[in-house]
Design a protein around this ligand. Structure first.
Ligand code: ADP
Length: 309
């Protein structure tokens, strides 16, 4: 179990990037979802022992992570947002270099370990190619290969699917899901679909505070029956926004389709109830600062999170 308590990070400025985050994460895939600037990377870097918090604590299986980050590193895999590669090295050489940096034990020899890791992430075919010719998805998989070396208890993956094409993204999802079978995989993302596809549990963070800790099913159920969709003229959108909680307004085939959250069952004429997506739940949460109807435990333990209404 990974536990953060009252985790706070104030950067010089001052910028409060984390504001008293409490979170427990059990083995499996866990999503940390929030908009850009919410504090996700800050949180992930602190968990990885790369950044000191201003205050608060983090434990992994009861051991204080912050007191002695080095003791954590053998049990930790980290795939940062920006991964530095030497473009001229082959995938194989690059991975060897990263394992040496990480200080990973290889009783069978490092070459053998590199071969096994490349195989695990389906990169054997490209082992001898320079990394500069790798696609975004192949680079991410090479990053995962170094992250899983040493069989860590905790893998931290920061915004991994940005820049991947749909096929690469699916393949990467598959790999992450497999890795989460017997360890904690913590995935930070601003993409709701990443969470919808992958994460049985997730937390939503905004402005350094957790707004909810829930499951995709629970989050959708909280607003089921309250999402309506209809067509509006572009000129009428501002008024709709001022009067209603608009979760989405999209041009679909040249027409403005708007989705609204209408808790009182009193939609504008022409609007019909539609099936709820996780995106709707996320957007309601972003608009209201809470998900009405979500169990108090899920919203309420973060009562200090407040929210803008
Ligand atoms: P996210 O990963 O969710 O996009 P970050 O953790 O990167 O969010 O950033 C949270 C907030 O902290 C943002 O307002 C960001 O501008 C600020 N921030 C991040 N890193 C630094 C830094 N090194 N110095 C000052 N402010 C920072």
């Amino acid at each position: 179990m990974l536990s953060a308590r009252a985790l706070t990070k104030i950067y010089p400025g001052p910028v409060t990037a984390l504001n008293g985050v409490d979170l427990d994460v059990s083995p499996g895939m866990f999503g940390l979802l929030g908009p850009n600037g919410a504090g996700k990377s800050t949180f992930m870097k602190i968990l990885a022992g790369l950044l000191e918090p201003t205050s608060g604590s983090v434990t992994l299986d009861g051991v204080d992570v912050l007191k002695d980050p080095k003791s954590l590193w053998p049990r930790l895999g980290y795939l940062p947002q920006e991964f530095g590669f030497y473009p001229h090295l082959t995938g194989e050489k690059m991975l060897e270099h990263l394992l040496a940096l990480k200080g990973v034990d290889a009783p069978q020899g490092r070459k053998k370990l590199v071969g096994a890791l490349l195989d695990r992430v389906n990169l054997t075919f490209a082992a001898k190619r320079p990394v500069k010719g790798y696609s975004g998805g192949m680079r991410q998989r090479l990053g995962i290969a170094q992250a899983i070396a040493g069989n860590p208890r905790l893998i931290i993956v920061d915004e991994p699917t940005a820049g991947l094409d749909p096929e690469e993204r699916l393949r990467f999802y598959q790999l992450l899901a497999e890795l989460a079978a017997d360890r904690i995989v913590l995935l930070s993302t601003h993409i709701v679909e990443d969470v919808a596809v992958l994460c049985p549990r997730f937390a939503v963070i905004r402005e350094g505070r957790l707004l909810a800790l829930t499951t995709p099913g629970e989050a959708r159920a909280a607003i089921t029956g309250h999402i309506y969709e209809g067509t509006v003229d572009a000129a009428d959108l501002p008024q709709l926004r001022s009067e209603r909680t608009v979760t989405q307004a999209l041009l679909v085939e040249g027409r403005n389709r708007a989705r609204i959250y209408e808790p009182k069952g009193n939609p504008p004429s022409g609007f019909a109830q539609v099936a709820v997506t996780l995106e709707d739940a996320y957007l309601v949460l972003m608009r209201l600062g809470e998900l009405p109807g979500l169990a108090r435990e899920a919203n309420g333990i973060f009562a200090s999170a407040g929210g803008t209404r």
